[in-house]
Write a protein that binds this ligand. Structure first.
Ligand SMILES: Cc1ncc(COP(=O)(O)O)c(C=O)c1O
Length: 419
């Protein structure tokens, strides 16, 4: 893996330049800006000796389409570069990437801990199929490292981290949570979909406190490429990135044995999406913060949950890992939630969502179109919701429309709500 230091744009990670000027080599005599789409199940060997000696596991040779093509190896390499890792595996969705980590690292009798605000389907997966396989799971408060410390047991093998958390957007005390896990020798896996490899460097979070390269941050970073890297809201894919070779080997064994391939055309789309990732992430961040502030001043709004807003749960933790001298404003994904005052009925909130013209009612985020979704928190959380105001939660995901148009859409629809 070539870290391509010369194209590092700032202290928080790689910039567009490194993702576009990657060290992919075009076939002799041909050069164009895009990586070619190689499609294959069968890969032809020139000799039996080659067939017997080629090693696809270190990405140095090709044996069968499922084990990689020049196109998938290029995407893996770019994603590892983006997140500051060494090895990358591609999976058919973000959820299957989360499942791969659980399946590769956990055995019957083990326990896994997840933050209380983790992506819901991860919690369901652990309480469903993984429970049937004899693997226990529990939830911890992501804003309280002491709570995590108390919950780690001798059989705890894996701790999931998510920053910011799903839907309620609390930003965990990543540094303290990581230290707790490292002191107890528990493997950490971060769902880094929100940070996208741009808001902070997951493998370098503790770099000022650790001298060995593997102990500087999380052990595993998972990314739903479906969101920002794709950018089109038209495909599903996930990645699992590591720095530690032994961990990577365990993950790639599972990947190989379960035949988790991805389509070449989707890989091509993500490769193209990566070229504008930084520009889109920053543009959506800018508009999201402006709209979050606009909604903070609305009489019908009780609370806006966006980690970059002062007073939002975990704001100081967000500052600690994303703001630096070079980038004092930090970085955040273009997604936030709003709690509307309980003086509004649930039906009034649903009608507000339906009145919006530019914000479409749909799941997901990171695409070109702005999205809105109401959530009922009651059944989604086990721990206390005392840090949240009472009311009805609506999540907004910002697309690539203009700030003025989105604000006008919100203003028009807010007229039906009461203070
Ligand atoms: C934080 C987070 N992680 C993982 C996923 C799963 O990604 P996918 O939809 O590709 O399965 C999602 C999807 O919404 C998500 O929000």
């Amino acid at each position: 893996m070539n870290p391509d230091q010369k194209h590092k744009s700032d202290s928080t990670g790689v910039g567009s330049t490194a993702l576009i000027h990657h060290d992919y080599k075009a076939p002799l005599g041909f050069e164009s800006p895009q990586t070619p789409v190689y499609k294959a199940s069968s890969v032809i060997f020139p000799s039996v000796a080659q067939m017997q000696t080629r090693n696809w596991e270190d990405r140095s040779a090709y044996t069968y389409g499922l084990h990689g093509t020049p196109t998938t190896f290029t995407l893996e390499s770019k994603l590892a570069l983006l997140e500051g890792g060494e090895q990358c595996l591609l999976l058919p969705s973000g959820l299957s990437a989360l499942a791969a980590v659980n399946a590769a690292l956990l055995s019957s009798g083990d326990e896994v801990l997840v933050p209380d605000n983790a992506y819901g389907p991860l919690v369901s997966m652990l309480g469903g199929q993984f429970k049937k396989w004899g693997i226990q799971s529990d939830r911890y408060n992501p804003l309280d490292a002491q709570d995590l410390a108390c919950k780690i047991k001798p059989n705890t093998r894996l701790v999931w981290l998510e920053a910011a958390g799903s839907v309620t957007m609390e930003f965990p005390d990543l540094l303290a949570l990581l230290r707790v896990c490292q002191e107890r020798g528990v493997t950490t896996a971060l769902d880094n979909t929100w940070g996208a490899g741009l808001a902070f460097q997951p493998f370098e979070l503790l770099s000022s406190m650790s001298s060995n390269s593997v102990g500087k941050g999380v052990d595993i970073s998972v990314h739903a490429l479906t969101k920002y890297p794709s950018g089109g809201a038209d495909l599903l894919m996930g990645s699992v990135i590591t720095r530690d070779h032994a961990l990577a080997k365990r993950l790639s064994k599972y990947h190989e044995q379960f035949g988790l391939g991805v389509g070449a055309n989707d890989v091509e789309s993500v490769l193209k999406g990566l070229q504008s990732l930084v520009l889109r992430y920053d543009a959506q961040d800018h508009v999201a913060r402006a709209l979050a502030r606009f909604l903070q001043a609305e009489p019908s709004v009780a609370q806006v949950l966006h980690p970059a807003l002062r007073g939002s749960p975990g704001h100081e933790h967000w500052r600690a890992v994303t703001c630096s001298g070079l980038r004092p404003e930090g970085r955040a994904a273009g997604i936030f939630s709003v709690i509307f005052k309980p003086s509004n009925s649930v039906q009034a909130i649903y009608a507000f969502c339906e009145r919006l013209k530019l914000f479409k009612l749909a799941y997901s985020w990171g695409g070109p179109m702005s999205l809105v979704m109401p959530y009922e928190l009651g059944s989604m959380r086990k721990g206390s919701l005392n840090h949240l105001e009472q009311g009805h939660l609506v999540r907004f995901c910002i697309g690539l429309e203009s700030l003025e148009d989105l604000q006008a859409d919100l203003s028009r629809s807010l007229l039906g709500l009461s203070a």
